[in-house]
Design a protein. Structure first.
Length: 588
């Protein structure tokens, strides 16, 4: 642990004071500016000030949004026609349960098991009918409602069967024309209402962006977020079928498209700019009503008061991203058949860009001029940056390191950029000197050879300090930073296999999460029903983790040729005559 703490401190000192040599290369200058943009020592003394500023800015922006429109540009009426035609084939999508927070703070208990069994199950009144239908058609959610209902009934000392009979008679008496199926549905709705907690809307929160600003986010009630995600998944399918926009993969598509002569546009606060007025104008009444039922009509501010909002939703809502993409896609395809959008990342032909910008601004969207490029040699979209005459510009965000894993990713970023830009060699070497020999890990050939058309995969930047090793003939303390000859000797005795003399030990890092409950194999249905559903959903035993709670721990690993393995997995695999685990394997 002492090695890790000294490494973190050394990295913090080097990174906050580092200055690059001047360069004549535009691409290298871009990478340097991006390094400095977010590298700053955190200032916790301004935390409350940033939150207050974020709230006041968010509220002022919302109050400035238009409540209604006059006559809009003609292209919006054509976009409305496209939206109406496409939405004829809309269907609410599958249920997906995220690991995000909820209106009532979960304190990190965000696993699927926690959502099912421990959440307060908040919901707005408008979303009850949608949530009722959703839970009726989903086995896991139906079990959740039943278990919660029985638990509460028993707690009150009541008889569940007697209540069921009473509800059936009451609903049938008040609605004599109801079919048996309709009565069953109303009985179920009564149980949903009995087990949920009504709230008025979402809760305003923030996440740090830098020392000057926080980023706003709305924390939605769990019942609403489940309905919103189902609607979002339905829009996602619709975008794929009607517009050929695949939100699961089109970020990669955009990274390739920036290499062509196109315009790339970016919007400021795009998710907060989709007004109720625009949705009411653009969509069929039934679809607008669906969105209104699922959204949170009010937001609980830091002043502990609820406020009305003019936007349809913010980040944190389960359909915000998909809905924003749908709106912009409907407009964009009126202008350009090859128009592509991923959230608020827009790609359009240069000659149609001005018209798209004008129409977007007419309904309250704000173009981010610093990140929008029309008829430009430089273009960026979905994290990819391209410069004519040079190609893809590689760069990374560098943030102040707080954990040993932060240091790992920062070093590996500098290692990658040192291959591309001379000015990053000195940064890499300074950081390398701060890494103890025992923590220096194996080379990563993929990191050295991967052609980057956007952000590199997190797995390439994580794991271990990918320092590389000198060739044979250098001093043993450098070639073997972690000298565990006794492990190799014992391994040879136990397995009768003599590993190559170039095998090298080093430490990798894994995050060991704190658990809300034990991971068990023998489940008791009445007690472990939520854990069983979590296992079933994952297709295996899944840990009931507490989000963002835990520690980064060392994992002894070994380099064999160009492959890397956990040592314990290698030993276990050899002893069981199976192929070694490839969790850390980089290729054979």
């Amino acid at each position: 642990m002492i090695q890790e703490q000294s490494t973190i401190s050394a990295f913090q000192s080097i990174l906050t004071s580092f200055k690059f040599e001047r360069t004549m290369s535009l691409s290298e200058e871009f990478a340097q500016k991006r390094f400095h943009k977010k590298m700053e020592t955190p200032n916790p003394s301004r935390q409350q000030e940033r939150k207050d500023l974020c709230w006041s800015s968010w509220k002022a922006f919302d109050e400035g949004l238009p409540s209604q429109f006059g006559i809009l540009p003609g292209n919006w009426y054509r976009a409305r026609l496209k939206a109406h035609e496409a939405l004829r084939r809309f269907r609410i999508g599958d249920v997906s349960i995220t690991d995000g927070s909820e209106f009532t703070s979960t304190r990190g208990l965000n696993s699927l098991e926690s959502k099912l069994a421990r959440s307060s199950l908040d919901i707005t009144r408008g979303a009850v009918d949608l949530f009722t239908d959703l839970t009726c058609s989903h086995r896991g959610l139906k079990v959740m409602i039943r278990k919660r209902y029985l638990r509460r009934v028993i707690k009150l000392g009541l008889c569940a069967k007697s209540i069921d009979r009473f509800l059936w008679k009451e609903i049938k008496a008040k609605n004599p024309g109801f079919s048996p199926q309709e009565v069953v549905r109303e009985v179920w709705r009564a149980k949903v209402v009995f087990t949920t907690k009504f709230v008025e809307g979402s809760r305003f929160s923030t996440v740090p962006k830098n020392n000057e600003k926080d980023r706003p986010i709305n924390i939605e009630p769990l019942g609403n977020i489940l309905v919103q995600r189902a609607i979002g998944n339905g829009i996602r399918s619709l975008l794929s079928e009607e517009f050929g926009i695949d939100l699961d993969n089109d970020a990669l598509k955009h990274r390739y498209l920036v290499a062509t002569k196109i315009a790339t546009l970016d919007l400021k606060d795009a998710s907060d700019s989709v007004t109720l007025a625009l949705c009411k104008f653009l969509f069929p009444r039934w679809f607008f009503d669906l969105l209104m039922q699922a959204r949170s009509p009010l937001i609980l501010g830091p002043d502990h008061m609820y406020h009305d909002v003019k936007k349809i939703s913010s980040m944190g809502n389960g359909f915000t991203f998909e809905l924003m993409t749908l709106i912009i896609a409907c407009l964009g395809r009126v202008h350009d058949p090859s128009f592509s959008v991923f959230g608020d990342d827009i790609i359009v032909s240069n000659d149609r860009a001005a018209g798209v910008i004008s129409d977007l601004e007419a309904v309250g969207f704000v173009i981010n001029k610093e990140k929008s490029f029309v008829n430009s040699e430089f273009r960026e979209s979905c994290g990819a940056n391209f410069l004519d005459g040079y190609g893809y510009i590689e760069s990374f965000d560098f943030k102040f390191p707080k954990t040993i894993h932060d240091c790992v990713t920062i070093f590996n970023k500098s290692q990658r950029l040192a291959i591309v830009y001379p000015s990053f060699v000195r940064l890499r070497d300074n950081l390398l000197r701060a890494i103890p020999l025992a923590l220096r890990g194996a080379r990563d050939f993929f990191l050295e050879t991967e052609v980057a058309r956007g952000p590199l995969d997190d797995e390439l930047l994580s794991g271990w300090f990918k320092t590389g090793f000198p060739s044979k003939g250098v001093s043993p303390e450098i070639s073997y930073p972690v000298n565990f000859d006794h492990y190799l000797t014992q391994f040879k005795v136990d397995s009768h296999i003599d590993l190559d003399e170039t095998a090298r030990f080093f430490y990798a890092y894994e995050f060991k999460s704190d658990l809300a409950s034990d991971t068990i194999s023998h489940l008791r249905p009445k007690i472990h029903w939520a854990k069983y559903l979590m296992y079933l959903h994952g297709g295996r035993k899944v840990k009931d983790v507490i989000r963002d709670s835990g520690a980064w721990v060392k994992v002894l690993s070994i380099e064999l040729g160009q492959s890397v393995y956990r040592w314990k997995d290698l030993v276990q695999a050899i002893h069981s005559s199976n192929r070694p685990s490839e969790h850390f394997c980089l290729g054979d």
